[in-house]
Design a protein around this ligand. Structure first.
Ligand code: NAD
Length: 369
């Protein structure tokens, strides 16, 4: 097996603190499982601006393109809030997503039993919840032309955005969803508004065609986006994989995320097109931001970043056993009662970022050392 090239971009705020816990797991894997990565590190966001005058250098961009996978912490903070638009930390992240052509955003909504009570829904509705939302990331109404604001001859102003999808954009995102479902619960809900939008009709037809031609063994249901929002809070466990466009995915993934209770627990992946060997460009990152209010205090929850690393092992490197091991270690540590401040519950033990990282490694030792 060739050594996988991993680029780590810890970023700003709590980014470096949570990434240090991933480094512990990487070290553990080298020591105990003889798995090594070709790891390089770079700067993105405010820290890159401070050093190089840009939130992402061309060199780091190239490193990201050349890597087998990129793991990112978070970017941004009040120090850089007043920079010109092009220099803002978030521009670094957007450039990474754009230049790596990452069109598929994967957002799992997974509820650990130990945290089920933190959900805004009743515990029995979310206990055991395991949904994967696959959102199209580079098309649709956020990018469609024409767009803009114009003043009409009668003096009124008009704002325009265009919802537009082509066949290949729909097929490639649906393909990602079916592939994922094949490795999970073998069920896909394809979500659009075909009742009122032509782009939704096309979406529905293309997803159905792909299903019939390539994935007859996967159960496919079509659902309108408004109904999907309702079903997510009514009976969320009916879902396995949800595939949807950029706008609906933006809303539905946040809605599903909140079923799980905490921002500090949510990983994500963004994938590009598969090359001839089936490998995809990929960026893994926690859903949360740089949390400037708690940065540098050893308070941040590192689990979202550790779970993002787990997704990398699973989806980019095919290391299912190691990904399962890491997920189990997180589950056991939570079952054992350890909590960072953001997920603290009565009667549990409050621990720092560092202690949470160390505890995960200790658990890995017990499980598979
Ligand atoms: P945020 O996610 O950074 O923080 C929101 C709240 O959640 C804060 O109270 C924070 O302390 C808490 N929180 C977040 N992650 C946590 C963790 N791992 N453990 C414990 N608590 C955690 O969002 P925000 O406050 O709106 O934004 C702060 C900065 O982050 C801004 O500069 C914003 O632009 C940037 N941001 C970056 C990303 C990214 O890098 N992908 C995403 C969102 C926001």
């Amino acid at each position: 097996m060739t050594t996988k090239k991993l680029l780590i971009l810890a970023g700003d705020g709590i980014g470096p603190e949570v990434m240090a816990q991933v480094q512990r797991v990487i070290d553990w894997m080298a020591k105990k499982r003889r798995i090594t990565f070709d790891v390089s590190e770079g700067l993105v966001g405010g820290c890159s601006y401070d050093k190089y005058g840009t939130p992402l250098t061309d060199q780091t961009m190239q490193q990201a393109i050349d890597a087998d996978a990129v793991l990112l912490g978070a970017v941004g903070g009040p120090k850089w809030d007043n920079l010109p638009f092009a220099d803002k930390p978030e521009r670094g992240l957007l450039r990474l997503r754009k230049d790596m052509k990452l069109f598929a955003n994967l957002r799992p909504a997974f509820v650990f039993d130990a945290l089920a009570e933190a959900s805004s829904l009743k515990t029995d509705l979310v206990k055991g919840l395991d949904i994967m939302i696959v959102r199209e990331l580079t098309g649709g109404v956020y990018f469609g032309e024409p767009r803009g604001i114009e003043t009409l001859p009668n003096g009124e102003r008009r704002g325009v955005n265009t919802q537009v999808y082509t066949t290949h954009e729909i097929v490639r995102i649906a393909d990602v969803a079916f592939e994922l479902a094949a490795k999970r619960g073998k069920k896909v809900h394809s979500v659009e508004k075909a009742n009122v939008m032509e782009s939704g009709v096309l979406w529905r037809e293309e997803v159905q065609k792909l299903h019939d031609a390539k994935y007859p063994g996967i159960a496919l249901e079509h659902m309108y986006a408004d109904n999907c929002a309702m079903q997510l809070v009514r009976r969320p466990k009916q879902f396995d994989v949800i595939v949807t466009d950029n706008l609906f995915g933006d809303l539905l993934s946040d809605c599903a995320a909140m079923l799980t209770g905490s921002l500090g627990m949510l990983p994500s992946a963004s994938l590009g097109a598969a090359d001839a060997a089936g490998n995809r460009k990929a960026l893994y990152e926690p859903v949360h931001g740089s949390a400037p209010d708690i940065a540098g205090k050893d308070l941040a929850n590192p689990l979202a970043t550790l779970l993002s690393f787990g997704m990398m092992l699973r989806y980019s490197f095919g290391m299912t056993a190691e990904a399962d091991l890491l997920d189990t270690a997180v589950k056991n540590v939570l079952d054992g009662g350890l909590r960072t401040a953001d997920i603290m519950q009565p009667g549990k033990a409050k621990v720092s970022t560092t202690v949470m990282g160390e505890s995960i490694v200790r658990e890995l030792d017990k499980l598979g050392g």
